[in-house]
Design a protein around this ligand. Structure first.
Ligand SMILES: Nc1ncnc2c1ncn2[C@@H]1O[C@H](COP(=O)(O)OP(=O)(O)O)[C@@H](O)[C@H]1O
Ligand SMILES: [Mg+2]
Length: 454
């Protein structure tokens, strides 16, 4: 930017200079023409007719004409500088013999430019002829252009100085302003550089209310989210590690204590296999939860709710000896991921099975409710304690009634993830008796959540 400014100012100074120089040339020319005309008029007058010799006429002219500061006159007689005007001219050209010789022979009015110690000079040579005598004298008029142009040159010089000063001032101002603007940005950058994965708690200091402060605030908000996500992830990994360590410890303990007795061995084997399948289930669940955030988590298609519920019951019936019922069925079709919905319902069903005993009732149902559908799994078990109602949907959260053989507390978290991926949710419905879990789903998965199966 500074470069552009310099260029513009230089161009301005250069152009002004050119214009002024041309004006000075014109002015010198005009002055000369004016003087020449005056002399011509005098030469043609009756007063001039009285002279017999040209030097007399010229002397008369020199006496009666006072040149101003930028002018000088001298006469040439017989090829030599003869007399010159009164006063001291800016430079003496009558003593320049080469110049005088060059113009002495002029028989016609001649104009030209010549360099002198006082700059460029515009000159005119006016030959003087009396009657029919041969021409032997000339009047030389000199206009010192640089002296005529002096005010303009001074103005141009002032212009250059002012321009240079302006440049310096502008540069200083630029430097100050950009420094002030950039300082907070630099601070944001420096802080951002310092904040690493291990130091996500740091924040940028927000000063004022301008755009930079806004930027810092946005940045801090982003850091908040990052930190939350990071903390959540670390907790998740901690919990997962902790949960997986339990079956590993159990397996190791039993294997170490195992004796040679075949019965003991068979018992240990059964227990180890049981623990392993529990681990297997947990790893599967963890993998599901890890993928819920991914855009390809859902593969949607048209799902008939009645068929879905019937299918889930068919799968669930062999699990346990319960009274299985469908108490309401919406013959509606929604766009959803059928496999994920089955997975969610099976989690709810297996919870219901675990919290009931032989002869208890487990009921499934579906209902169309305005612009969304309800899917539920209810049981006639003991229900969920009031203090656990919210907690149980969190990852690794188990109720206090938890039996040793139970899961890791991931089931309802998976159900919730699946529901939310569809743009819906899951809740524990109020009511007397056992537990009733309800899935709320939109008729179609919102566009930003679903990836339609190819
Ligand atoms: N049908 C139910 N009846 C009573 N309590 C339930 C039922 N379903 C879930 N819960 C409670 O919610 C908790 C969390 O369930 P879940 O997330 O599936 O984990 P997990 O089944 O591994 O314990 C369970 O430990 C239990 O206390
Ligand atoms: Mg469960």
């Amino acid at each position: 930017m500074f470069g552009v400014l310099t260029l513009a100012l230089s161009a301005l100074v250069f152009l002004t200079w050119q214009v002024l120089a041309a004006r000075a040339d014109d002015a010198a020319d005009d002055e000369l023409t004016h003087e020449a005309n005056k002399f011509r008029a005098f030469a043609g007058s009756g007063e001039a007719a009285a002279f017999d010799r040209p030097e007399e006429l010229l002397d008369r002219w020199l006496q009666s004409n006072l040149p101003d500061d930028s002018e000088a006159l001298f006469t040439i007689v017989d090829g030599r500088a003869y007399h010159r005007s009164q006063g001291s001219p800016p430079a003496r050209l009558d003593t320049d013999s080469a110049f005088v010789q060059g113009i002495a022979g002029a028989k016609e009015p001649t104009y030209g430019w010549i360099e002198s110690t006082a700059g460029r000079v515009r000159y005119a040579v006016m030959p003087v002829q009396i009657g029919s005598q041969p021409v032997r004298a000339q009047l030389v008029m000199l206009e010192f252009r640089d002296i005529i142009a002096k005010p303009s040159i001074d103005a141009a010089r002032a212009l250059v100085i002012i321009g240079a000063l302006t440049l310096v001032l502008a540069a200083g101002a630029c430097w100050l302003v950009t420094g002030r603007i950039l300082a907070p940005i630099r601070q944001v950058r420096a802080t951002a550089e310092q904040i690493g994965e291990s130091d996500l708690r740091r924040r940028i200091e927000v000063v004022g209310n301008d755009d930079v402060a806004q930027l810092a605030r946005t940045f801090n908000t982003m850091l908040d989210r990052l930190e939350d996500a990071f903390v959540a992830q670390r907790e998740f990994v901690d919990n997962a590690g902790h949960e997986l360590r339990t079956p590993i410890t159990v397996i190791r303990g039993h294997l170490e204590l195992m004796g040679d007795d075949p019965r003991d061995r068979a018992e240990t084997k059964a227990l180890v296999l049981d623990e392993l399948s529990r681990m297997n289930r947990m790893v599967d669940d963890l993998l599901v939860l890890a993928t819920t955030e991914r855009p390809d988590f859902l593969e949607t298609g048209e799902i008939n709710l009645t068929e879905l519920v019937v299918e889930v019951i068919a799968k669930a019936r062999p699990l346990a000896d319960r009274v299985w019922r469908v108490d309401e069925s919406a013959d509606a079709t929604i766009v959803a991921d059928g496999q994920r919905l089955t997975q969610a319902l099976m989690q709810l069903v297996s919870n219901a099975v675990r919290h009931t005993t032989t002869g208890d009732r487990i009921t499934l149902g579906s209902r169309l409710n305005g612009d969304h559908v309800l899917l539920w799994v209810a049981d006639s078990g003991p229900g969920v304690r009031a203090s656990d109602r919210e907690r149980i949907f969190e990852r690794f959260a188990r109720g206090n009634d938890q039996r040793r053989t139970g899961g890791a507390g991931l089931g309802l978290a998976i159900v919730r993830s699946i529901a939310q991926a569809h743009g819906g949710d899951v809740r524990l419905a109020d009511g007397p008796g056992g537990a009733r879990f309800e899935l709320t789903l939109p008729l179609t998965v919102p566009a930003d959540r679903a990836v339609v199966a190819p």
